[in-house]
Design a protein. Structure first.
Length: 301
């Protein structure tokens, strides 16, 4: 551990725990948005430390596309049992069945965009006034515009030009009836910070983050996992490769990295050397340059 300069991680941890405790102080019905990815796992770990030895006083809210990696779902269920917290699941399949959204068709069909309606419905149904997410400002240019406390209007929409100043870590959570906030406690962390903190704290991670053999196919330079709902083009074929995930989402849009990293130390070294951004292989972000910002304005994460 001496070879890493980890002193800044203590500062990041302290800042994030302060933000999480501010959420507990300012809101009546907060929740943690839990995707099963590394950022939401780290945020949940920070919430555990923030209120130890008491239990985390918020439920975990997971939006299940029905096309998730099974490793992610298994990890989620095991973590919920370990922490003794309440899990609330919003189902995209249920939204489709109820006619709330229409499933995409074609080779590039994805349920990732459909999560927005399911998320807003879950927030309304459970009367959440704040949802904490694992978004970080270094991930994507639209997320770089975020405050810690991100105001959403009565339609769940985000206006980047109408966010509140946050001077000297003073957060304004006041809202009108029907409005809510998304709060991002690890906003100032980088991908490297997250992995160094996972190593420092020995935070368990889903096996999919480590190199493993998986049936995959290549589409436009991106390796995607084979699944029954993934429709292959005539010129595409599956093969077994050693891959791992850098970021986890719906199977249909999660690009996999060819890798030999089997340990946290190897993952950190790989990230330090890469020239590809963390979300550079996410198919949902590649649909247009403003894809993430458009989804955020509509109520996405």
């Amino acid at each position: 551990m001496d070879k890493y300069n980890l002193t800044h991680l203590d500062e990041l941890e302290s800042e994030s725990i302060f933000v999480i405790r501010e959420v507990a102080a300012q809101f009546e019905r907060p929740a943690i948005l839990f995707s099963g990815g590394k950022d939401s796992i780290v945020m949940t770990h920070l919430a555990k430390k923030a209120f130890w030895p008491a239990r985390i006083p918020f439920p975990l809210l997971h939006i299940d596309t029905g096309h998730n990696f099974q490793e992610t779902i298994d990890f989620r269920d095991d973590l919920v049992k370990e922490l003794g917290v309440k899990l609330i699941v919003g189902s995209v399949q249920e939204s489709i069945d109820n006619g709330r959204v229409t499933e995409e068709k074609g080779y590039n069909a994805s349920r990732n965009l459909l999560q927005t309606v399911t998320l807003l419905d879950a927030i309304e149904r459970n009367k959440f006034d704040c949802c904490m997410g694992g978004g970080r400002r270094d991930e994507e240019k639209a997320r770089a515009k975020e405050r810690f406390f991100s105001h959403r209007d009565e339609f769940g929409q985000w206006d980047p030009k109408n966010q509140r100043p946050e001077l000297w870590n003073i957060f304004n959570g006041r809202k009108h009836m029907g409005e809510h906030f998304r709060v991002f406690p690890i906003s100032n962390w980088t991908e490297m910070d997250v992995w160094q903190y996972i190593l420092k704290e020995s935070v368990p991670m889903p096996s999919i983050y480590y190199t493993h053999q998986r049936e995959v196919f290549n589409r436009d330079g991106t390796w995607l996992a084979a699944a029954p709902f993934m429709k292959l083009k005539p010129n595409e074929h599956t093969e077994i490769r050693e891959v791992r995930c850098r970021t986890i989402g719906d199977i249909s849009c999660t690009g996999l990295s060819l890798s030999t990293a089997n340990t946290l130390e190897e993952i950190i070294a790989e990230i330090a050397a890469t020239r590809v951004t963390e979300r550079g292989s996410r198919a949902d972000d590649l649909r247009s340059e403003a894809a993430m910002e458009d989804r955020k304005k509509e109520g996405y994460f």
